[in-house]
Ligand binder design. Structure first.
Ligand SMILES: [Zn+2]
Length: 103
């Protein structure tokens, strides 16, 4: 059963769309604007509620941004890993170094 009455004034809702800004910690997508998000808006006092469909839609986009963030983080890890000198066997590096010095 869906609520069709405004909880503040008891007025009925009309469906309207508005722009919704989704904020995230994603560096490239700190703000994602969803245009034409469906909301229920009270005809009398203007109170708006988000229907379940819209909440689900926002959640899907949120997940997508989170996944992109993880992908970027993993990509960054790979780069860091590749830039890291061979620390697994520092002794070998030192030996190589001395070998080069001695010629
Ligand atoms: Zn109302």
């Amino acid at each position: 059963m869906t609520k069709t009455k405004c909880k503040y004034c008891g007025g009925s809702f009309k469906t309207s769309s508005k722009e919704y800004t989704l904020r995230s910690r994603h560096l490239d997508k700190a703000e994602t604007t969803i245009e034409n998000l469906i909301v229920k808006e009270c005809k009398i006092c203007g109170h708006s509620e988000m229907p379940e469909d819209s909440e689900r839609y926002i959640e899907v986009i949120r997940q997508k941004i989170r996944k992109e963030m993880e992908t970027q983080r993993n990509a960054a890890k790979v780069v860091v890993f590749e830039d890291t000198p061979d620390v697994e066997n520092p002794l070998k590096n030192i030996k190589d170094f001395f070998r080069k010095l001695i010629g």
